[in-house]
Design a binder for this molecule. Sequence first.
Ligand SMILES: Cc1cc2nc3c(=O)[nH]c(=O)nc-3n(C[C@H](O)[C@H](O)[C@H](O)COP(=O)(O)OP(=O)(O)OC[C@H]3O[C@@H](n4cnc5c(N)ncnc54)[C@H](O)[C@@H]3O)c2cc1C
Length: 313
Amino acid sequence: MVQYDIIIIGRGIVGLSAAIYAGRLNLKTLVIGKEKGGKIVKTNLIENYPGFKKISGMDLFNRVLDHTKDYNIEIYGGDIEDISCDKKSCFIIKTKKKQYKSKTILFCTGSKLRKLNVKGEREFEGKGVHSCALCDGPLYNDKILAVIGGGDSAVKESLLLSKYAKEVYIIARNKLKPEPINLERLKRNRKINIILGTQIKEIRGNKFVNSLVLDRKFKNSNILKLDGVFVNIGYIPLSNLGVKLGVKLNKNKEMIIDKESKTNIKGIYAAGDITDTTFKQAITGIGESVKAVYSIYEYINHEKVLCSCIDEK
Ligand SMILES: Cc1cc2nc3c(=O)[nH]c(=O)nc-3n(C[C@H](O)[C@H](O)[C@H](O)COP(=O)(O)OP(=O)(O)OC[C@H]3O[C@@H](n4cnc5c(N)ncnc54)[C@H](O)[C@@H]3O)c2cc1C
């Protein structure tokens, strides 16, 4: 079995950016990840990535992917079934088809969307309940939609949906917390109605969604009639594989990292949306991944690689 210097888990923008740096440093590198592109490919408009005034997530990701082709990086598309550690092989990763071993691991596993956990959500998934405006918004030309959530990505989703729908409600439990520029756009957008301090109790429909039950009245009714709902209420970090190896998490189940993106376990690093850092953006995640790769380079070239999977902290 080939011994890699670094196996990057995650095929999102953070994992592949790390791979570029690893390739440049001549580290024997493998990227393993399930979803090509991760979350960034689900947004149509990025205006805060330096060097690009406006770019879609898919275009940005494809540029990064193309850049990896200049280096000797192997990319495997698939799920990881098991991960373990022993003194001889260091870290062992099992996919359905193959087994890999590596001196170090960089977790770039990101997160998955949080569910509302209300009646009707699962029943109408794909039949009026969605999570990606870019993917499913075009199905709702001239219809009435709602976005549930108050963060910047929820606001961006509602702005995008207003291009298709005749009316969009953005419904948040507390306040909206978008970037100021997106708040201005929201306020100027005549198709978008803001409903604050409100939670969803149920999603109703027949074959497809036809209404939401709210926990308080809006315009004298708890029932809001509509054709579709896009849920964007935050994310659950995908940290289970790290837990198996003893990686410490914070109370939000994010991997705790230091200034060099090291976790508490020797040889294990993390970057991007999976970490306990406050800002969850492409640029910040990529920054963490670059620090991780340089730290791995130093570890492999200037220290004795321990393969002991010990908790150092
Ligand atoms: C609607 C929306 C708009 C956004 N707008 C912006 C913006 O304008 N600017 C900006 O900078 N950021 C924006 N973001 C945030 C940005 O998309 C994320 O910060 C970034 O994509 C995080 O990348 P990541 O690689 O850390 O994680 P992810 O993109 O979540 O990728 C994780 C990868 O790990 C893989 N994975 C997880 N578990 C396993 C496993 N067990 N086995 C194998 N593979 C696994 C996944 O399949 C995926 O490939 C936006 C996000 C959303 C949702």
